[in-house]
Design a binder for this molecule. Sequence first.
Ligand code: FES
Length: 935
Amino acid sequence: MELELRINGVIKSLDVTPGESLMKVLRREGYVSVKHGCETGECGACTVLVDGMPRPSCVMLAAQAGGCTLMTAERLGSAQHLHPLQEAFVETGAIQCGFCTPGMLLSAYALLSQHPHPSEEEVRDALSGNLCRCTGYVKPVQAVMCAAAVLRGEPTPPVSASSTDEGVARGRELRVVGKSEHNVDAIKLATGKPIFVEDIERRDMLHGCLLTSPHAHARIRTIDVSQARALPGVHAVLTYQDVERVPHNTAGQAWSDASPQDQYCLNDTVRFVGDRVAAVAAETPEIAEQALGLIQVEYDILPIVLDPRRAIEPDAPRLHADADGIYNASRNVAAHIQAEVGDVDRGFAESDLVVEGEYSVQQVQQVPIENHIVITYWDEDERLVVHSSTEAPQHVRRIIAPLIGLPPRRIRVVKPHGGGSFGMKQDVVLEDICALLTIATNRPVRLALSRAEEFSSGRSGHALIVRLKTGFKRDGTIVANSMLLLANTGAYGMHALSMLRNAGLQTLPLYACPNMRFVAQAIYTNRPPAGAFRGYSAAPGFFALESQVDEVAKRLGIDALELRRKNWLQAGHEHVLARALAAVEEGSKDEAGQVIESCGLPQCLQIVEEKLAWQEKRGQSSAGRFRRGVGVALAMHGSVGSGVEMSEASIKLNDDGSFALLVGAADGDTLLAQIAAEVLGVSMADIILPTSDTDHMPFDTGGHATPYVSGNAVKRAAEQVRQRVIAVASRMLNVPSGTLTIEDGIVTAPAGQSVTLAQVASHSWYVENQPQIMATASWKSKGQPPSFAAQGVEVEVDTETGEVRILKAISAVDAGCIINPLITEGQVEGGAAHGLGYALCEEMVYDQQAMLLTTNLSDYRIYSASDIPLLKTYLVETNEPGGPFGAKGITDVAFDGMAPAVANAVADALGVRLWQLPLTPERVLHAIHAHAAKK
Ligand code: FES
């Protein structure tokens, strides 16, 4: 039907189908700032203004917008003329991945058009329909308040990271490192430029679709695709009968791949609801969907097992036959690891108090606002190009090559800007099947997950049961501890071993203890498979550890902070569990003897103690309906998988004196650019960051703590380039190279003679006939220098409803050298906000047949701007000798400690401890009633 729409001031006559959503029509017309994050109007990424009101365009029919005035973010302002809102979002650091940004800008625009003087609460309310997983909403709210002031014509103070005023002590003379430079992609993101995978268009592109299993465990008896193949517009239907049977694992992990080879592209056995059964490529998404409905499948239903404790019993249903890398298939054990330090049994025997507890942590989803999406096509050289939302393009190429029957040299993986990952996009999820559809059809194919498919396809965080036992002396000294961990890896074992390893490695050594035992197993069940998740399963360990330390402090009558101070890891201590784990593993020998060289825990805890008013508020809960309490937790998080994660960076000097920085890292590009600019003596504008592409980028394992791993590679490469620049300039100026400096792109001799970098480049080529000034350097982590954090919260618990309200949440983080305070602070805020949701509401819930019930953003709730309390962040600067300029990676540590801090605050408020996350109102009420019944 013909429809007239007024879009951004232009009247357009469009041909739309009756059921077409407004989002689809706008995107088709090129308004790509309208993002697809869900199909249910819950995430707000597709927000447009309809007659001035923000509306989710995914649930609005285009036909309903006829005669309305529509506005998208493209209308707000251009890169040359940013709207004050866009400018404020850029300057305040409100843009991280930026997938939510256009929608958020429009909601803010609508608010300010109606209310030029909004309160912060009104701003939060206005943004509450726009979910953001990265920022914790602190900076977006700040940005809207700033823009409101600008629009009112009021002077606004210069933006800086608030934490730097109090927390950061810097004593270095650096020009770019340490400055709050804005995100290098912020302007593109604020103006809605087409930089995500979903924005890519190819001529003749087909649409892929997946048929998935309705059963948690079944064998396909028959599958008939004849009707689907016969449907006009269908170009390929693939089942397990059409693809090579290549055992593999989809975990995007560094060599050597430690995960079991327990997966196939398509298989005759399905092991979870949502497992792949068939794939279709068709002219339109509607035809592809229709074709799925024509595929006839008969299943032989197999018994299921959902609880890992049941799954390890000898008579439990078995998920896998023996396969390479499975620890014990007959007991459903995907992976097993154990390590011991000292004499643990003797340590317990010598303890005055031994406490033991079992802590349960739920399965959670990462919920990046951008879903998985892949586009594949053949290029003119018959090479297969894969545009993917992955964060590990090199792994994608390595993993899919044998699955699609092409050598890696015939595969090119391009990673455009990513809309969030939090570990989820570390794995291959769609790339193999999309590539197979292109191979089958010789056409470009687009394959994207819906929000519901995103939830049910797996790669979530692991559900864990942690059994923790600790022995103390009467004075609070920890003598021995042991952590037994049972992880539910679901149907497949992606990251099973490395996740287990990390869960113990990052947590137990937080307290120096001579006797430590760590035993962990990852168990197969018929749930969607778990994968890499923010913190890599350190958070469950900290929930157990920090809950138990708090409990013991109470029993010993020692202040909970003093007990921590008495035992905590300090600079100069050895990371003993790392040594023990290295002894039982191949390939990690570098960790032996690792010593902690920087630790800001004392400063972090001091800050939290003061800001939380610990001394006045701890233990002061009253007996009324609403009870308040405060809680604290510590966390540490090693920067990388040591001895495994590596990065490489290339830098080359261009003829205009700018530099191209090629690094395959997933995020943190701004920080890497700052490191390069610092070493090379140029401004940020002189550093160009091309899109990550396996054809051009040096190798990078991706998905690691970028400032630490990639930052070191960038710094090394920059230093080599700098040396070559200086060498050429010294010949040009006829002065010794050691006397030259580079500043603002000019190489200067002590007497004042100078040459520009552009002149150096030209001289090198045209006069000296030298190869282009460039260098490639790599860096592999030899240790795991951890960042540290202390986190504190104040809660109010409604004893009649069980609701826990966060009144205040404080994070003090030791980030090593803080390369960019604004961005670092934003990352901490995002991690802390995520941690609060993890503590209180996020949980994947299943029915008895393992059907996931939380498949949308109403049932699986992540916090909105109006849910988030006052988040306060303090950055403590230390100097990590192994890090670039002393930096560490910090994103996960701010997530790790929030749940135990909340649990400890609830215990302080109620005098009742909860052992299971999340602390939902039902669980809190149950704990209150159970406690009362015991009295
Ligand atoms: Fe909001 Fe990433 S910046 S979702």
